[in-house]
Design a protein. Sequence first.
Length: 453
Amino acid sequence: MPVSGNGVVASSVAALTAGLIVPVLRLLLNKAEFPQYEPSGPLAPQYDFIVVGGGTAGCVVASRLSEVGGWRVLLVEAGPKPPPETYVPGISLAASALSHYSLDWDYTYVPQKNALKNYVDQTGVLQLGRVLGGTAAINGMIYSRGNRRDYDHWQALGNPGWDYLSVLPYFVKSEDYRGHSLGETEAYHGRGGPLAVTPGVAGPLTRAFLQGGLEMGYPVLDSNGPQQIGFTATSYTIRDGVRCSTAECYLKPASSRPNLHVLDSATVLQILFDDTKRAVGVKIEDNGKVVSVASLREVIVSAGVVASPKLLMLSGVGPRQHLQQNKIRVVADVPGVGQNLQDHIGVYGLSWTINKGSTPSLLERITPSSFKQYLTNRQGPLSTPPESVSAWVKISQEGDPQWTDAQIFLFPVTWALDKGLFTPRAFGVDRKVSLHCRQRPHPLLHSHTGAIL
Ligand SMILES: Cc1cc2nc3c(=O)[nH]c(=O)nc-3n(C[C@H](O)[C@H](O)[C@H](O)COP(=O)(O)OP(=O)(O)OC[C@H]3O[C@@H](n4cnc5c(N)ncnc54)[C@H](O)[C@@H]3O)c2cc1C
């Protein structure tokens, strides 16, 4: 395939190929017979609670609210029910790259003057899931809690109940840790909660990386325990070889409740307010029709980091001047809406060639026999992501020495793994540049390690 400078040819070929691969993959994986959602019946004119966005947060909120039998709960999700490729951990990366063409909002950053120089048009892709389960249906599944200082800081900003000691019991309650005893940090984990957490493969790469940490004077630890600074093996939100997004682990088991209505492939256009500025319902676009549904108690906005402020602003809640410029009637002048987006920067592309056989390459993992094994008993290479390992460190000399500011992440994949077909486009990287990560002569036959900082 010719390398296209502007990426147009490459991205057309990629879109075409994804269009061919995805239906075949779905047909094949349908045989895995993943449990389905219970159908919800016709939409009612009113509910007690309306949850906007069936992503990571929304699925938990809707599921927990519907535990109260007397409350009727509506969850509205813009995307479809998750297709089978999103369930399979061993192809999660590929699914994420492929999902760019169907399960993603396709947001990009504004072109940058001084950054993203290896990206097409100096514009980055902001991957956000548009599917039941949200971004957790397409993400890396790594189970990683924040640093305790993050939560304490939230409380200090004026949010009582969000400090570490207050949120820890909820981490414990939600978790179903499926590994062996964790020793000293066992009390920081739960067993039997809805969110399955399974230790990843800890092979030679992990062992070497952890040993490297020890040689540098770092502890090898459970980074979800009391201390975070150190080197750690990865745990994933996976149950018995299946991605455990909150849609899978919270919402699906609740979907048979008669008081919970799950409406997918429908978009909330606006939150409706009464004269006292109380949210009393939403306007939904469902199958080409616009309908209004009333909420007797609350509207919960869990549409994600971009869509939540966008929806609030479209509904008249945001900075007055900005709303007026866009001819939106102001319900409440709230200057903070849409401000202070924080994301973590990832530096990719640091690659090393490692000894053949140290860890299985992608081709060695995705084979007819691994598919057969997965379809038969959800085991084998497709039941888990490739080996990965992290170092949580503090790079800056300033501030609290226990407040991590970087994660060094090692995993046996480079962006050139698919010869630049989907991956660069999915992340917005210039294809020519991404192919520099490629190792000769057979990029797919040798194992590589990339690192993110
Ligand atoms: C590539 C990638 C890898 C990641 N890997 C990890 C990881 O390994 N571990 C980890 O902990 N975190 C990871 N994350 C981050 C994590 O997935 C997100 O922080 C988390 O999913 C955000 O949850 P949320 O509920 O806020 O939003 P989302 O999960 O994005 O949910 C928002 C939902 O709202 C829906 N929606 C939006 N607008 C509307 C509307 N108007 N009407 C109806 N529905 C609407 C969307 O379709 C979406 O389903 C990753 C993120 C990305 C992008």
